[in-house]
Design a protein around this ligand. Structure first.
Ligand SMILES: Cc1ncc(COP(=O)(O)O)c(C=O)c1O
Length: 461
């Protein structure tokens, strides 16, 4: 699916590695292979500088919810840039798009959310939550109640607080993290930790790890529990049934604030506007980013539930936190246009009623492949595990990088699928059609077949 390219790819690659330090990248390695340079996008497809058309099974980085090439978002940005490209919300000033976005967010989030703080990213949203929650407990006179409990293999961002809340050891190893006052419990990963329990029993057991940690630390020390409704970067880890209800019950019992990190699951990914609605829980705070602008421009923030917002507001005094670009008018204008598109085209409802069930049916059929030990989906997020022996669920040794072999085949075949160890994951744009899902699945199947051939040649299977 290649078309004539107008780009000088070798030159771009050379210039890329000469000066550009990429995020989460081995720069030495990259300078030998060179980056793949993406030049345009339309719908669910992107094109690289060699003219290859690629089905973006990851919505960029889980963010291009309405797909590429939406003129309405471009027009909203252009109009706002012409009118007022920037002004801040410090020192008792405000801007109209931020006012309107906070109103629209009040309408589309669960009823306990009536106040919104804007940031540039999900990481900054979680930094904001750390500081806001600690201030909340200070105002209440519970100065010891400051510890956050998060989960291993969670991803909450890459700032100091975001990376500390994340449960990725490879991130903690760099930068002496986590910072004090953040602890982690095990993730609810059925495939790895269930030890023969039913999904329901495992859900209760995994949530029980939170209660154990609260009791170990003392409830008077625990400020909040934070989790992604479905862990994204950790490999699309879908919690077992009952897990979130039990987490909520435990948080209520010990007066611990519940934070739902909706940076991936917000704005329709699970077929509901927010992941907490999908799982039927009522968090005190939500982090959002990515899908709020479909990634067209950076914007993140925090939905602050009445319990916390009212306390902060009624106590008076400054909240000494914010960013130059909090409530940036152009970003907010793009978010408004994006949310309008999601509403006008009933995209969230379509995911819930139509495309997510369709993806589920087709993706689950990949379980028949000899390399696949497990397939699971939740909304438009899906993951499969590559295994050596599907009957025994034997995993490959990590050093063989089997996931990366599969990912390379996906790339070469014109589909983006991400590898997290040997878990292969997708989260396509929410506008994906049945026909495009069929294409996605057949490209994945082809890549799995080619991976199998490679593994046989390498005597790994
Ligand atoms: C659940 C979650 N929280 C926070 C973040 C951090 O967001 P950002 O990269 O916008 O800082 C991410 C990014 O992938 C995420 O998946």
């Amino acid at each position: 699916m290649s078309e004539q390219s107008i780009f000088d790819t070798p030159n771009l690659k050379q210039r890329d590695s000469a000066h550009y330090l990429h995020p989460f990248t081995d720069t030495k390695d990259l300078s030998t292979t060179g980056a793949r340079i993406i030049t345009r996008g339309q719908g669910v497809y992107i094109w690289d500088s060699d003219g290859n058309k690629i089905l973006d099974g990851m919505s960029g980085l889980w963010c291009v919810n309405v797909g590429y090439g939406r003129q309405q978002l471009v027009d909203a940005a252009t109009q706002q840039m012409t009118e007022l490209p920037y002004y801040n919300s410090f020192f008792n000033t405000s801007v109209i798009p931020a006012i309107e976005l906070a109103e629209v967010m009040t309408a589309i989030t669960p009823p306990q959310f009536n106040h919104f703080f804007f940031t540039n990213s999900g990481s900054e949203g979680n930094d904001t939550i750390l500081r806001m929650v600690r201030r909340y407990w200070d105002i209440k006179g519970q100065h010891q109640k400051k510890t956050f409990i998060a989960r291993k293999n969670a991803y909450h961002g890459s700032t100091v607080a975001g990376a500390s809340l994340s449960g990725m050891t490879y991130m903690h190893e760099q930068g002496d993290l986590p910072i004090p006052g953040i602890v982690h419990i095990e993730q609810p990963y059925y495939f790895e930790h269930s030890q023969g329990l039913s999904p329901e029993a495992f859900g209760l057991k995994a949530a029980g790890w939170l209660e154990e940690k609260i009791l170990e630390l003392g409830a008077d020390k625990v400020a909040a529990f934070i989790g992604e409704p479905v862990q994204g970067a950790g490999g699309v880890i879908i919690p077992p049934p009952g897990y979130w209800q039990e987490i909520e019950r435990i948080c209520n019992k010990y007066d611990v604030l519940l934070v739902s990190d909706e940076v991936i699951t917000g704005f329709g990914r699970l077929g509901k506007w927010f992941g907490c609605e999908y799982f039927g829980i009522k968090p005190d705070l939500m982090t959002f980013a990515k899908g709020i602008t479909s990634g067209y421009i950076p914007l993140g923030g925090v939905a602050v539930g009445d319990r916390v917002a009212n306390m902060l507001i009624e106590s008076g005094g400054d909240f000494n936190h914010g960013f130059t670009y909090s409530g940036h008018p152009v970003a907010c204008a793009v978010a408004l246009a994006n949310i309008k598109l999601l509403q006008d085209e009933s995209i969230v409802e379509r995911v819930g009623d139509d495309t997510a069930p369709y993806l589920h049916k087709s993706f689950m059929e990949l379980a028949d492949h000899p390399l696949v030990g497990l397939t699971e989906t939740c909304g438009l997020m899906a993951g499969l595990v590559l295994v050596k022996d599907k009957n025994k669920h034997n995993l490959f040794d990590a050093e063989h990088g089997v996931g990366m072999i599969c990912r390379s085949h996906c790339f070469a075949n014109g589909v983006i699928m991400r590898a997290v160890g040997d878990r292969m994951i997708i989260a396509p744009p929410l506008v994906i059609t049945h026909e495009e899902i069929d294409q996605l699945i057949s490209l994945i199947e082809l890549s799995l077949d080619q991976t199998l051939v490679d593994l046989k040649k390498l005597n790994l299977i």
